[in-house]
Design a protein around this ligand. Structure first.
Ligand SMILES: Cc1cc2nc3c(=O)[nH]c(=O)nc-3n(C[C@H](O)[C@H](O)[C@H](O)COP(=O)(O)OP(=O)(O)OC[C@H]3O[C@@H](n4cnc5c(N)ncnc54)[C@H](O)[C@@H]3O)c2cc1C
Length: 474
């Protein structure tokens, strides 16, 4: 069974460690250094509760100068460390599997600076995705990548994971909205990457940093592109007998030349979970799959698009199809969908989220294979996913009190990923590699390609101290 391990500052002796803590306290203050076991325990997991690790200390700097000085001290003493945002990551990226120090960026939360001409925003790493969106909305804009965890996850974490969300089908993921970054590298060097001007000369280091999962350094500020809020939105809810008809509808909508902002699907088990939660929609018991489709843009033409989607759903034998009548109804449908992961707690004591990508056209076949895996391992698997992108999120339900179930859940998850790769997809769509999928990286890349990635990592982090043991197989 996977367990959290007691952290250790790998190469520091007790005396050296005490001196390091003292030096860090002198920079950040004693109220920003956590060493008590009971407090460190809070940091032993992230959103992935399968892989854990206990840090030896947690540091909470208040500004960039403090981040820089702390990283330099850790670098000088060869102490491993990792950056942490809100800890909502789902691949074990924000846990200290090799001990060492967690640098928690929660206190770097200056006000969001909006430049409406850009339109762009400068954001501190500890600001949450929802806070950025609220600040943008007050000026008539929005920040497009919208992870379902947006109420909690930070912009620093979003950059590190290249996060996506429901509306990324049309608008793209984090990397498509990032103009520049301020970072502190693993050796404590402060760098400015990219910037607001288009097509900067030289290598695209911003692009390289995005999705690096805390292995290159710390994001201390992000400059992001904002999008004008659409004039109008139409949201369609379509109920089907099963995923086959729903998947066909997804493919037919795209084939008809439409690009909805979002196309989300849930299967029956996922519906059972959310219907027990606070945002009940009232799905009939005979419904096997639900599709939530949203189109946005200028008002002219949108009603026709929604009607076209309704017609396509009807052609595919939809049980019932509705267009949201008002903002209240639309918000309920979205809350119902966005709380689906947590709603698994209504069905099972534990669940394990997987994240794989497949070509959209293979959805029905792959969902059938996931059902076979569910029978093979004797575990229920709910499916809730970004159907338009072919980004699956199988939720494998298990009971940790039953011996062997956790291991079975991990094996079932791995079997699903295998199918994704065989189908020409990928081992992760948006949750990153972290510790969870480190070995599966071998399914995607040759030894030479992995070694090349390792060489690039060493340029940023010659001592291998930043988030060690993550992303690349050892
Ligand atoms: C219910 C739920 C729903 C989710 N839905 C989505 C979704 O729709 N789309 C999606 O993409 N993800 C989703 N996620 C996953 C997760 O929320 C994202 O990966 C998010 O970006 C993590 O942000 P965080 O602040 O919590 O980062 P953390 O979990 O704290 O850290 C994640 C990684 O980023 C690194 N990191 C954090 N901050 C920094 C920084 N300032 N500088 C450098 N590295 C840093 C960490 O070292 C770690 O490797 C979901 C998670 C949950 C629990």
């Amino acid at each position: 069974m996977a367990k959290a391990v007691e952290g250790r500052a790998v190469s520091a002796t007790q005396r050296e460690w005490a001196a390091v803590v003292q030096a860090i306290v002198a920079i950040v203050g004693s109220d920003a250094v956590v060493t008590a076991l009971t407090h460190r325990l809070v940091y032993q997991w992230d959103g992935n509760t399968v892989f854990g690790g206990l840090p030896q200390a947690v540091i909470l700097p208040r500004d960039v100068d403090q981040v820089e000085q702390v990283i330099r001290i850790l670098s000088d003493h060869r102490i491993p460390w990792l950056a942490r945002g809100s800890g909502t990551g789902l691949s074990g990226g924000a846990v200290a599997i090799q001990g060492g120090v967690i640098v928690d960026l929660a206190r770097l939360r200056g006000p969001v600076q909006i430049d409406a001409i850009g339109p762009l925003a400068r954001v501190a790493p500890g600001v949450t995705n929802l806070e950025l969106n609220r600040a943008a909305a007050a000026r008539g804009y929005f920040y497009a990548p919208d992870p379902s965890s947006q109420v909690a996850c930070t912009i620093g974490g979003n950059v590190a994971e290249n996060s996506g969300g429901s509306h990324c089908l049309k608008y793209g993921v984090t990397v498509n909205h990032l103009l520049g970054l301020e970072v502190v590298t693993a050796s404590g060097q402060r760098l400015s990457l990219g910037g607001a001007a288009p097509d900067l000369p030289g290598y695209d280091l911003t692009g390289f940093f995005v999705g690096s999962e805390g292995t290159l350094g710390v994001v201390t500020e992000a400059t992001v592109h904002l999008v004008k809020q659409p004039q109008a939105v139409r949201t369609v809810l379509a109920l089907f007998d099963g995923p086959e008809q729903a998947s066909q509808t997804v493919s037919d909508v795209i084939a008809a030349g439409m690009l909805p902002a979002a196309m989300e699907m849930m299967d029956r088990l996922a519906m059972d979970g959310v219907e027990l939660g606070p945002y009940r929609v009232g799905y009939p018991s005979q419904t096997g799959a639900v599709l939530l489709i949203e189109v946005d843009g200028i008002e002219a033409g949108l009603p026709e698009q929604a009607e076209h989607i309704v017609a396509i759903a009807q052609h595919n034998g939809v049980q019932e199809v509705r267009v949201a009548q008002d903002e209240r109804e639309r918000a309920l449908w979205w809350q119902n969908r966005k709380t689906a992961f947590g709603a698994m707690g209504n069905l099972s004591p534990n669940y394990y989220v997987q994240d794989g990508v497949i070509p959209r056209s293979r959805l029905p076949q792959v969902l059938q294979q996931i059902e076979s895996i569910s029978h093979e391992f004797g575990l229920r698997i709910a499916n809730v996913f970004h159907a338009g992108d072919g980004n699956l999120h199988p939720l494998i339900l298990f009971d940790d009190h039953q011996k062997g179930q956790r291991e079975k859940a991990i094996q079932a998850g791995s079997a699903i990923l295998h199918i994704c790769v065989e189908e020409g997809g990928s081992i992760t769509g948006e949750h990153g590699v972290g510790i969870e999928k480190r070995e599966e990286m071998r399914w995607m890349y040759s030894d030479e390609e992995l070694a090349f990635q390792g060489e690039l990592r060493r340029v940023w982090d010659p001592q291998g101290l930043a988030n060690p043991g993550k992303v690349l197989p050892t």
